[in-house]
Design a protein around this ligand. Structure first.
Ligand code: ATP
Ligand code: MG
Length: 390
């Protein structure tokens, strides 16, 4: 039996004239991901479906399904079998292909779609014939048209018939690469990987920037962040990952600035460096995992001071989310277990005892002017270490 993947794109369908550009990006992304994980496929577009056919025998379709679940821009997909346009063949193949699944559940219904109007039977006739055949062959089955365990779908198209069971939910969103590129400030925590995943879901390609402060932060802490970036990359595709050595700057902040403003000044300097890297790498915005009110540096006033450090949009997709909502996504994308590994972050190493929650920009700018950070910033940028993470 020959199998294919039938892929339904999501919001792309709404994009009017740009639709084919979006579809092309989606196909390119699917092709590359399948190639990386299971093998080579050929694609055809037909109505709102992308049909993926394997070029090689022995393709691991289970693995292909797992790969597709992580590709943004796919609303739903199914693993289907190809069959000749003949009703006896349809009945035989449906039973052979879905028999095991149907024996393990109780209720089903058949759904027929006939885009080839020359096919001699109507959709209701196909449903009746195939349904009766399955009922006869598997005595434990019952029909339930309202809430069946499995919907057996028979799609009669131009060249072939496709038969499949339940659709699999896709990752949704827009194809990565359809919306531009942004730079994610990634820590080892729970929130920033989720933030990156959320923006990638809207079609953005990701760069990632991490600030490390050796020897206060360890190599293993950095490896943990790299692992998190790699988890996000399973969805977003390859991420250009930059590690900035922040030690010298943090020590200077500690030495020259008032303790209650450490965190906010540090965050502003992180943003300033990130903007420079982002501009250099053609990123149109910065992304952080900040969520309103979560910590002292994430009050409305503090965020305004952070934003004032840069003249580039800063996206904070977690801003209105509760921690448990962020954790739900973190678990779903497979990042949580890594995020909670207990390694130090450069932010926490220098945390003041009593951070100021209502800083004014004037106060902060005054405090920052006590020391000229510009040479250190240049040096940090010059010494950035880049790596592609898949
Ligand atoms: P997270 O769970 O993402 O670490 P958090 O709740 O711990 O977030 P903070 O530590 O205040 O919050 O950091 C807020 C945001 O600043 C992070 O989501 C991340 O985008 C950025 N950030 C914090 N530390 C670093 C770092 N060492 N390198 C790069 N970005 C960082
Ligand atoms: Mg953190």
């Amino acid at each position: 039996m020959k199998e294919v993947l039938l892929i339904k794109n999501g919001e792309i369908a709404l994009k009017g004239l740009n639709r084919s550009t979006f579809e092309d990006i989606l196909v390119k992304n699917i092709k590359r991901r399948l190639l990386d994980s299971v093998g080579k496929f050929t694609f055809t577009k037909s109505q709102s479906t992308i049909i993926a056919e394997a070029n090689e025998e022995d393709i691991d379709f289970e693995a292909a399904v797992e790969t597709l679940k992580k590709v943004f821009g796919i609303a739903a997909f199914s693993r289907a079998v190809v069959c000749d346009k003949d009703i006896d063949e349809i009945k035989r193949v449906a039973l052979e292909y879905l028999g095991d699944d149907l024996r393990s559940i109780r209720t089903f219904k058949v759904n027929a779609k006939r885009s080839d109007k020359k096919f001699p039977m109507t959709s209701p006739e196909i449903c009746r014939e195939v349904g009766a055949h399955l009922l006869r062959s598997i005595p434990s089955l019952k029909v339930d048209v309202h809430n069946p365990d499995i919907i057996v779908t028979v799609e009669v198209r131009d060249k072939n018939v496709f038969i499949h069971g339940n659709q699999i939910k896709g990752a949704g969103g827009m194809p990565v690469g359809s919306a531009g590129r942004v730079a994610l400030l990634v820590s080892g925590g729970i929130d920033s990987p989720v933030a990156g995943w959320m923006m990638s879901k809207r079609g953005l390609q990701l760069n990632a920037i991490h600030f490390a402060a050796p020897p206060y932060t360890s190599k293993r802490a950095e490896m943990k962040v790299r692992d998190l970036v790699s988890i996000v990359a399973k969805y977003s595709g390859r991420i250009n990952f930059a590690v900035v050595n922040f030690t010298e700057i943090q020590e200077a902040i500690k030495e020259h600035c008032p303790e209650e403003l450490f965190t906010i000044i540090m965050r502003r300097l992180m943003m300033k460096i990130s903007v420079r890297l982002a501009e250099r790498d053609n990123c149109g915005a910065l992304v952080t995992g900040e969520s309103l009110g979560q910590v002292a540096s994430q009050t409305l006033g503090a965020l305004a001071c952070t934003d004032a450090a840069v003249n580039m949009p800063v996206f904070r997709p977690c801003i209105g989310m509760d921690k448990d909502e962020i954790i739900t996504i973190s678990r779903a994308i497979g990042a949580f277990e890594t995020s909670i590994l207990p390694y130090e972050d450069c932010c926490t190493v220098f945390t003041p005892k009593h951070p100021r929650t209502r800083p004014t920009l004037k106060l902060i700018e005054e405090a920052e002017s006590a020391f000229d950070f510009s040479e250190m910033i240049d040096r940090a940028i010059e010494n950035v270490k880049y790596e592609f993470v898949d």
